[in-house]
Design a protein around this ligand. Structure first.
Ligand code: SF4
Length: 370
């Protein structure tokens, strides 16, 4: 049986919606979770109360980033800032530096703003409702539902990519994403138990990442395989249905890697916008029609510099909305050459302490042959 939004509404109207929530699914899910839950640094031992600070921090870090990558960052953050009070007193620069390498840096800025707001407006205690949480910086509907369920036991189901996949297969949802989001949320809510909402949510997350995987789901091991509509059809991998994706147009630019002995010329990006407040080497703007000549005109002007050397090859990077190609120009300038206005020299040995986004790490490695 597959479901479109209209079909679900018809079924509801006829009172047949009980079919969708096959009896026992929430219990089967929790039982499976109790035996197979993943051990993750932010999860307390079974039965213990989750710490809202740790839940919030992990959920922000996990937005657009995988569990493996997040683990060490989470440990680093909680070792340095064990609670929201400490993080709220930290400087934004320190937070950005610690975040460097995790990508999507607006999350780090919002993380800091949120900690400040919780300390300033809520006495250091996170609000315990979805509505209250959503009023904080960087917390959208999904994150609010996840924190409300996991940290406060609110009966709500956060729906991330993993859960979308499981639910769309269980019910063979034919409506394509993103249109199907509301329908999937309604169907996902049928998998909540009467209690332990946070565990139900985490069970579905775990099921999606370990069993109901995008390719070759391990249906034989799935606690919900009895009555899974996509499994009956045999086309599990084709769910969730997706509308054709529009990818952004390729942009091009140039980056200028300038050394003065063992120092590198850098600047800080403007606060607002892509990679706001992060460190970068000087560069041209990034546009579709960029050519070498126009890019070179945007090179930093340094006294005593002989010539630019264009490095062979290009650096590529993919942002959420567009892919980028950068050519890298290299130069070395004499000792005591002053940095142009708005730029500074930093020792190459201390670059690891700079808030360098991944694209700039690639550029510097290419420019310096690291
Ligand atoms: S039976 Fe297979 S397709 Fe259905 S929810 Fe389980 S793992 Fe996913």
């Amino acid at each position: 049986m597959s479901l479109s939004g209209a079909a679900v509404r018809r079924k509801k109207a006829s009172g047949a919606d009980r079919d969708q929530a096959a009896p026992g699914r929430p219990a089967l899910l929790l039982d499976w979770y109790d035996r197979h839950r993943r051990r993750l640094p932010w999860r307390p031992p079974p039965g213990a109360q989750a710490d809202p600070y740790r839940v919030w921090l992990s959920e922000i870090m996990l937005q657009q980033t995988g569990v493996k990558t997040v683990g060490p960052y989470f440990e680093k953050f909680t070792a340095r800032w064990p609670g929201v009070d400490a993080l709220g007193r930290a400087s934004l620069d320190d937070v950005l530096r610690m975040w460097a390498g995790l990508g999507y840096y607006s999350r780090a800025r919002n993380l800091h703003a949120c900690a400040v707001a919780v300390v300033r407006d809520h006495g250091g205690v996170f609000p315990d409702t979805e509505q209250g949480l959503q009023a904080l910086p960087g917390i959208g509907p999904y994150t609010a539902a996840a924190i409300a369920a996991i940290a406060f036991g609110r009966r709500t189901m956060p729906v991330d990519g993993n859960i979308e996949r499981v639910v769309s297969r269980l019910f063979a949802v034919e409506e394509p994403l993103p249109r199907a989001k509301l329908l999937i949320k309604q169907l996902a809510a049928t998998l909540l138990g009467e209690a332990r909402a946070g565990d139900s949510a985490q069970a579905l997350m775990d099921l999606g990442s370990s069993i109901c995987t995008p390719k070759k789901p391990a249906c034989a091991l799935c606690p919900l395989n009895d009555g899974c509509a996509a499994r009956v059809r045999g086309d599990q991998e084709t769910y969730p249905r997706k509308a054709a994706k529009k990818t952004g147009a390729l942009r091009r630019g140039a980056a200028f890697v300038v050394t003065r002995g063992d120092e590198l010329l850098v600047r800080t990006r403007v606060e607002n916008g892509l990679l706001g407040g992060m460190t970068e080497v000087p560069g041209s703007n990034w546009i579709a029609s960029q050519d070498d000549k126009a890019a070179l005109k945007q090179a930093p002007v340094l006294k005593g510099m002989a010539r630019w050397h264009r490095k062979a090859g290009i650096v590529t990077h993919v942002f959420t909305h567009f892919p980028l190609e950068l050519v890298v120009y290299r130069a070395n300038v004499p000792a005591h050459t002053r940095a142009p206005a708005g730029m500074r020299w930093v020792p190459i040995a201390t670059l690891k302490d700079e808030a360098l986004p991944n694209v700039m790490r690639k550029v510097i490695a290419h420019g310096l042959d690291l």
